[in-house]
Design a protein around this ligand. Structure first.
Ligand code: AMP
Length: 290
């Protein structure tokens, strides 16, 4: 695995890859890599000669400065995880290089996607995501970019961005990876003390239970309301939202048998903000990767 830490060096590499007729997949991350990230890297490695993994803790997507300051940094372990999963290039640009001086994000309006749920809870978050992904796509120019279903709303936002500004980049959404106890893997999980982690497990458990109820024929809104009430009753868990949504639009009004849909949830446990989701409809057939 090679390390590249500037846009200039990356541009030279891309020229070489083009001359060799290679394709490259791209996995953008903020580091503190775990098995969720590794699954994206493996998917990219299965489809491309070159896999670029970026590690960049993007300041503009943190609406909470404390969260940014506390974001875990594990550079040595990240190198090992990325390489073992099949990364060929680790791209670690500086904020100045990526943003070209002005480290800020413009407001983005993708309707419900940039106003509801995560967008409502974290004002400015998706402005920062769109800004950095746009700049990273310009820099890396991948044929496929890999994102995790864990950050479902981010996937929908990035798809919109790619449609509008990077039509040559295909967005691949990889399944959410859970820890052995069911907790959705997240770089922030290291900040959960053991008791808090136990409380947090109510999230994945409730998502699975409500999905089970819906599959057993229960009305979606009734099952969702019961799940929400259950989580609201968990001491030490501060529920932000628990909802059934159409996956592409994040609209809550949809026809479950026809539209792809998920249950989504966000909650704070012991000061750690957690998001999770579960699919209600079968995974669409993966498109053929070039
Ligand atoms: P992050 O480093 O948190 O910005 O995440 C980088 C990428 O890894 C994003 O596309 C995330 O959705 C994805 N990711 C993070 N956690 C998981 C997980 N548990 N399962 C699958 N993908 C994940």
């Amino acid at each position: 695995m090679e390390k590249v830490n500037s846009l200039r060096e990356l541009a030279l590499k891309k020229q070489l890859w083009r001359n060799s007729g290679f394709t490259w997949g791209f996995v953008p991350t903020m580091g503190a890599l775990h098995e969720g990230h590794a699954s994206l890297i493996r998917a990219a490695a299965a489809a491309h000669e070159i896999v670029v993994v970026s590690i960049f803790v993007n300041p503009t997507q943190f609406n909470d400065p404390e969260d940014f300051k506390k974001y875990p940094l594990t550079p040595d372990a990240d190198c090992r995880v990325a390489e073992a999963a099949g990364a060929t290039v680790l791209f670690t640009p500086t904020a100045e290089d990526i943003y070209g001086g002005q480290i800020k994000a413009q407001a983005v309006d993708y309707g419900q996607l940039t106003t509801a749920f995560e967008a409502a809870e974290r004002p400015g978050h998706f402005d920062g995501v769109v800004a950095v992904v746009d700049l990273l796509f310009q820099a890396v120019e991948p044929s496929v970019a890999y994102f995790g279903e864990k950050d479902l709303q981010q996937v929908a936002v990035v798809r919109r961005l790619a449609e509008e500004r990077h039509p040559a980049v295909r967005i691949a959404c990889q399944p959410l990876v859970r820890d052995h106890d069911g907790l959705a893997l997240s770089s922030r999980n290291v900040r959960l003390m053991p008791e808090a982690r136990q409380r947090a497990l109510a999230i994945s458990r409730t998502l699975a239970e409500v999905k089970g109820e819906i599959f057993a024929g229960r009305d979606v809104q009734v099952a969702v309301a019961e799940g929400r009430a259950k989580l609201e009753g968990v001491a030490g868990l501060d529920l932000a939202y628990f909802e059934a949504i159409e996956t592409d639009t994040f609209q809550t009004q949809f026809a479950p048998p026809h539209a792809e849909s998920h249950l989504i949830c966000a909650a704070t446990v012991d000061g750690v903000r957690l998001i999770d989701n579960i699919r209600l409809t079968p995974r669409p057939e993966p498109a053929i990767v070039p």
